[in-house]
Design a protein around this ligand. Structure first.
Ligand SMILES: O=C(O)C1=C[C@@H](OP(=O)(O)O)[C@@H](O)[C@H](O)C1
Ligand SMILES: C=C(OP(=O)(O)O)C(=O)O
Length: 425
């Protein structure tokens, strides 16, 4: 279990140079591909094995270890540490529940324990409890799960308002059950669905691995599977490209692995920055630059691309007009309360916010500060957007808790050094 970090990093952006920047592979894509590779005979996933281990997001390593555990089932009860990984934990729980004979004891950080998992657990209990699923929750850890050997009605029902990860996890469970039972399995979404693009990303990966998925707005059914010869390639991470493209804009450099065929919701960045005056320019071999002068504010929604909102908040602070972030309460359920985190960052930088219902308005300061301080509170995105803001504005940053970037982008600080940023402890 992690303790709050007291490590401080000084970020000095006063000697910037242009550079070619590289994101890691996308953790959201990789997690889906890992599970599907396991289910369809493509384990281990060669495209991930080609990545330097040190560059793989901690969340990807967590789910890899989890899947390896399931591949040893049935057997004795096994311990799995999900650390701070929301998607890895939620995806793993369902995969464990649909692996006959699997017995696991799961732990994670206190923050992961307090994030909402009840709707997923209830859905698993409703569908598989009558068949013998055991799913016991500690306070909050450990979560202990014993998988049943049989199943009942082939449908999972789950609410979609708090997280799309429940439905994604269950749909990956449907793929496992389809392969085992040769009958269609469905996920039925009750009420509105947040982060719908991430469920579409799951459908995209299922199809890439040869599954047929029939969909209506509220029901997703796995109905067939055609084995494929080769596991598909892995795109660069559009969440990480968000920071890097803004840094490239400021420093006159470029990014690699900006793959437009990726189905990641955070590719929305390319559209969302344009009203502010920034134009993405694709180059050869999936490279990209950004040109333009900041001329207006921007608007974005937490329902479309929740993980981009902190990044766009950093950009909003160097735009000449106020910006609005909509549907923001979902941000309270992430690795930290990111709505509070964004407000803290804006105020640390001298700007101001107003929150009316689901809409956060960010007004930049009249003049940028020479220096600001921020505590990541263990949240990787808050650490990386603080550094991005320092580079965009030229203001020096003192950041508490820089090491949490490991979760999604372990090489982040090396990339930042490439543009001439000086990092000191
Ligand atoms: O499915 C996924 O890989 C993710 C879905 C989103 O979460 P919610 O659906 O909980 O908003 C996103 O914020 C998270 O970083 C990754
Ligand atoms: C919210 C995030 O991830 P997760 O929910 O998988 O912990 C994130 O990476 O921003």
């Amino acid at each position: 279990m992690s303790k709050p970090s007291v490590r401080k990093l000084n970020v000095d952006p006063s000697h910037l140079v242009p550079a070619r920047l590289t994101p890691p592979v996308s953790k959201s894509d990789a997690q889906r591909a890992l599970v599907l590779a396991h289910l369809t005979g493509h384990w281990p996933l060669a495209v991930l094995q080609n990545e330097p281990e040190a560059d793989l997001a901690a969340d990807v390593r967590v789910l890899t270890r989890g899947v390896e555990t399931l591949r040893q089932s049935p057997g004795p009860i096994r311990d799995v540490d999900c650390a701070d990984g929301g998607a890895p934990f939620r995806i793993f729980v369902t995969q464990a529940a649909v692996t006959p004979g699997a017995k696991v004891r799961i732990t994670g950080t206190p923050r992961l324990g307090e994030r909402p998992h009840g709707p997923l657990f209830d859905s698993l209990r409703d569908a598989l409890g009558p068949s013998g699923l055991v799913l016991r929750e500690g306070t909050p850890w450990p979560v202990e799960l014993h998988a049943p050997d049989r199943t009942g009605e082939p449908v999972f029902r789950v609410p979609g308002a708090q997280s799309s990860q429940y439905a994604s996890s269950l749909l990956l469970g449907c793929a496992a059950l389809f392969l085992r039972e040769h009958r269609p399995w469905s996920v039925e979404i009750q009420g509105p669905l947040t982060s719908a693009g991430y469920l579409e990303l799951t459908v995209f990966w299922l199809r890439r691995f040869g599954f047929t998925v029939e969909e209506t707005p509220s029901r997703f059914t796995v109905t067939a599977h055609q084995p494929s010869a080769k596991a598909p390639p892995m795109p660069g991470d559009w969440s990480s490209l968000g920071y890097l493209l803004l840094i490239a804009w400021r420093t006159g450099g470029s990014v690699e692995r900006a793959d437009p065929s990726s189905a990641h919701p955070d590719q929305a960045l390319l559209r969302l920055i344009q009203p502010a005056g920034l134009t993405p320019i694709p180059g050869p071999d999936l490279t990209m630059r950004v040109e333009g002068q900041a001329r207006a504010g921007l608007t974005a929604s937490g329902k479309e691309c929740p993980d981009l909102l902190p990044t766009l908040a950093a950009l909003a602070l160097v735009l000449p007009r106020p910006s609005t972030l909509e549907d923001v309460s979902i941000l309270r359920l992430k690795e930290s309360d990111r709505l509070e985190g964004i407000r803290t960052l804006v105020s640390a930088y001298g700007g101001s916010t107003t929150l009316e219902g689901e809409t956060l308005t960010i007004t930049p300061p009249a003049a940028p500060p020479a220096h600001f301080e921020m505590d990541s509170k263990g949240d990787h995105r808050l650490a990386m957007v603080s550094a991005t803001l320092s580079i965009l504005s030229g203001a020096r940053l003192t950041l508490t808790g820089p090491e949490c970037v490991e979760k999604s982008f372990p090489g982040f600080w090396r990339q930042v050094e490439r543009v001439g940023v000086r990092l000191t402890e």
